[in-house]
Design a protein around this ligand. Structure first.
Ligand code: CP
Length: 306
């Protein structure tokens, strides 16, 4: 069994069989992570560069750990300590890194489309670790893995993506992946944070959080992306919390099982109350643990393709 594409640029158009293969492979790696020695020799001899042009805690560390668990050689690039600071172009940077014989490139960039561009200038397998407001496919996969772990299925599940959908690459990857796997996907947020015409992707739109909570089993709650000017789309963070914030009182009012996901980093007291962020309804740190297994699966499946 192998994937149908040698790159992972997004979940748009990725066939169900590929997603199933990644999630099943991740399950075996999840077991490896519980062993006393959490390492397998699968990618021994492969060289992987993590090319991060934008800040990251979870994704960068998770990819690096996944690479080390698979015994690959790992190199980390960050703009702040590189010759990009001296004006070297992105293309020259990539060509120079490629000349050192790397097999795979994991890329995060503030501009949408950079991973696609990399496939044209590099022979390596390319994995998108988040490109602007476009896609974040491994986040979408780890979210699906975590939802399936909790409910045992994705087919027919009602999942609502809440908050700053307009700026969210996590939202798009979740929508594409979950819909392919047969989930019923909706979005909820203030009108200024929901892209016009999003219904054409086959998602329902809610503007009242209580209605979304009454009708969905899973809430994937997004961060308000202040660094991308999200603050200009709402009167204040306090008002956002009042109308869309997920609190224990709101959850308990509905008296039904609701599972809360959040990709991190969290703005505590804005999209989630601290009580919810640390409470019994959320699976946020499970998402982080599952993320290592999912990234091991993606790296393994791409790195061993012929
Ligand atoms: N979820 C996520 O992408 O987090 P980081 O920005 O810390 O990688």
């Amino acid at each position: 069994m192998s994937l149908s594409n040698r790159h992972l640029l997004g979940l748009h158009g990725v066939p169900k069989e590929d997603i199933q293969l990644i999630l099943e492979t991740a399950r075996t790696f999840r077991e490896v992570l519980e062993r006393p020695i959490k390492k397998v020799p699968t990618l021994q001899g492969k060289t992987i560069v993590n090319l991060f042009y934008e800040n990251s805690t979870r994704t960068r560390i998770s990819f690096e750990l996944a690479q080390k668990r698979l015994s690959a050689d790992t190199i980390n690039f960050s703009t702040s300590t590189s010759s990009a600071k001296k004006g070297e172009t992105f293309k020259d940077t990539v060509r120079n890194i490629e000349a050192m014989k790397v097999d795979m490139i994991v890329v995060r960039h503030q501009s949408a489309g950079v991973p696609q561009y990399l496939t044209r200038i590099s022979k390596a397998n390319i994995i998108n670790a988040g490109d602007g407001i476009h896609e974040h496919p491994t986040q979408g996969l780890l979210d699906m893995y975590s939802i399936r772990e909790k409910f045992g299925r994705l087919e027919g599940l009602k999942v609502c993506i809440v908050g700053d959908v307009a700026h969210s690459r996590v939202a798009l990857s979740n929508i594409f992946g979950l819909k392919t796997m047969g989930a019923e996907v909706s979005v909820c947020g203030p009108a200024t944070m929901i892209p016009l015409g999003i219904e054409t992707l086959g998602v329902k739109v809610y503007h009242r959080i209580d209605e979304a909570m009454a009708k969905n089993e899973v809430l994937n709650v997004l961060r308000i992306q202040l660094e991308r000017d999200a603050g200009k789309r709402i009167p204040s963070l306090r008002e956002y919390h009042k109308f869309f914030g997920i609190t224990s009182e709101r959850i308990e009012k509905h008296n039904r099982e609701i599972v809360i996901l959040h990709p991190g980093p969290i703005n505590r007291g804005v999209e989630l109350s601290s009580e919810v962020a640390d409470g019994p309804y959320q699976v946020i740190l499970d998402q982080v643990t599952n993320g290592v297994a999912v990234r091991m699966a993606v790296l393994y499946l791409l790195g061993t393709m012929h």
